[in-house]
Design a protein around this ligand. Structure first.
Ligand code: NAD
Length: 436
């Protein structure tokens, strides 16, 4: 089978490379000519474990091709995945202009029956809108079906998530399209991956409901953490005690600086906006977003309080990306927290294993460092902002020698307090008592 994927970002490239690995012929298309030129040479423009190897294999085995020409992407493909961005507009609603542009490009270049799939996260009703856009722009009169196949992969473990998903959602109103989609995902049958077949609006809603629910879980445990701090309880143990209940589950119950990334903030905003559009104020999604923003600011206060004010102080920061194993800085908590601290007069020395290029542009004034120990030089406090594995086993003796004050601001609750205190550090974490 020939397929194409339009948009070669985190989702599109992983989708294309994984389907190529499943033995399908894939053409990946993007309007960004520089990106395509690099990909043709096997250079992946972002950090994601395993993707470079998978792309190289797809190219070598002649199953993965790249182009900037939409006609080439449409021509032979039976299935066309749309994986372009759907960023938030100023009112929070999803900007569908990229999806619609792709729709017009497909319509003008169709050469036969096509299954046109939205893999981008798109609000309920987009499938129908896309159908209208394509019909209005078709030059020939070829049949086509629209499918919603939302993507649930996480950056940092995207390939594993794509190859071993918890479920595949297929929203369609044509049996032929469902059969083609099931055939494409056949390699996953061996793993007995559940396939949820439903109508298009329901599939679109499953994606937003899932992301909003996960975001609510994070904001919920962050609020519990704040109350824990006030009553002297330990949120780690609260999470453990809650998570052992099967009805609750232990995932997404880690207190921290609040979520970021390209999905949760934007998908919450889009869900709130959808609620407004249909006359129902979606209160929980709005509250989760508000709590999250306040959590970022609460971290600023926490740092200020621990340092006795930050004016003239130097703070070392470990990790900047919105989570480990990615260079993605979109909506990263570090952006708000560090900007605020710099505004308050702190000098920020920071290191991230993958996002130094992006973060240096986004955080003007920040001092970029070479590694963990460079960060700690002369610091009045060391902040763990993102829990990369390499920050989980720090050499505290060495850090203590180069820091001005032995203070660890562990915003990801990476360490047990007793261990850190044992090295002579003060340990400030989230939702747990501070220990000296
Ligand atoms: P991204 O910004 O990394 O990539 C989007 C790509 O689309 C860019 O390379 C851009 O050049 C390209 N593009 C834009 N307009 C185009 C056009 N007209 N024709 C061809 N290419 C075009 O985005 P992403 O993070 O991969 O997200 C894509 C979609 O998937 C979004 O809707 C997002 O919400 C959703 N999603 C993202 C994730 C994630 O973890 N990043 C997970 C699940 C779903």
């Amino acid at each position: 089978m020939h397929i194409s994927v339009i948009g070669t970002g985190y989702v599109g490239l992983v989708t294309g490379a994984c389907f190529a690995e499943f033995g399908v012929n894939v053409t990946c298309m993007d309007t960004d000519a520089r990106r395509i030129a690099r990909l043709e040479k096997g250079e992946v423009p972002f950090f994601e474990p395993g993707i470079t190897e998978l792309v190289a294999k797809g190219i070598k085995e002649d199953r993965l091709h790249f182009t900037t020409d939409v006609a080439k992407a449409v021509d032979k493909a039976l299935v066309i995945f749309i994986a372009v961005g759907t960023p938030p507009k100023s009112d929070g609603s999803a900007d569908l202009s990229y999806v619609e542009e792709v729709g017009r490009g497909i319509a003008k270049n169709m050469t036969g029956y096509k299954v046109i799939v939205t893999k981008s996260t798109v609000p309920v009703g987009t499938g129908e809108k896309l159908r209208e856009v394509i019909k209005a722009n078709q030059t020939g009169r070829f049949r086509f079906d629209i499918v919603s196949n939302p993507e649930f992969l996480r950056e940092g473990s995207a390939i594993e998530d794509f190859m071993r998903p918890n479920r595949v959602v297929i929203g369609a109103d044509s049996e032929q399209a469902v059969a083609i989609m099931k055939d494409l995902y056949r390699p996953l049958y061996l793993l007995e991956t559940p396939i949820v077949v439903t109508d298009i609006p329901t599939a679109e809603m499953i994606k937003y409901a899932s992301n909003a629910f996960l975001a609510v879980k994070i904001s919920f445990i962050n609020e519990i953490a704040t109350v824990c701090e006030k009553v002297g309880a330990d949120v780690q143990m609260v999470s453990k005690g809650m998570g052992l209940d099967n009805r609750i589950g232990n995932k997404f119950l880690h207190a921290g600086p609040g979520f970021g990334g390209s999905c949760f903030p934007k998908d919450l905003a889009a869900l709130v906006q959808t609620g407004e559009r249909v006359g129902y104020p979606f209160q929980i999604a709005g509250a989760a977003a508000k709590v999250n923003y306040e959590q970022h600011l609460r971290m600023v206060e926490k740092v200020k309080e621990a340092c006795g004010g930050v004016k003239g102080k130097t703070l070392g920061v470990l990790g900047l990306s919105f989570k480990p194993n990615t260079n993605d800085m979109r909506e990263a908590p570090s952006l708000t927290i560090l900007s605020e601290l710099m505004k308050e007069g702190a000098t920020i020395r920071a290191y991230d294993p993958a996002s130094m290029e992006e973060s240096t542009k986004l955080l003007p004034g920040m001092v970029p460092c070479q590694d963990t120990y460079d960060v700690a030089e002369g610091a009045d406090g060391l902040i763990i902002m993102t829990e990369w594995n390499q920050f989980r086993n720090l050499d505290f003796d060495r850090l203590k020698k180069s820091m001005r004050q032995p203070l660890l601001l562990d915003l990801r609750n990476t360490y047990e307090s007793d261990r850190v205190v044992g090295f002579g550090f003060r340990h400030v974490s989230v939702g747990r008592p501070t220990k000296n």
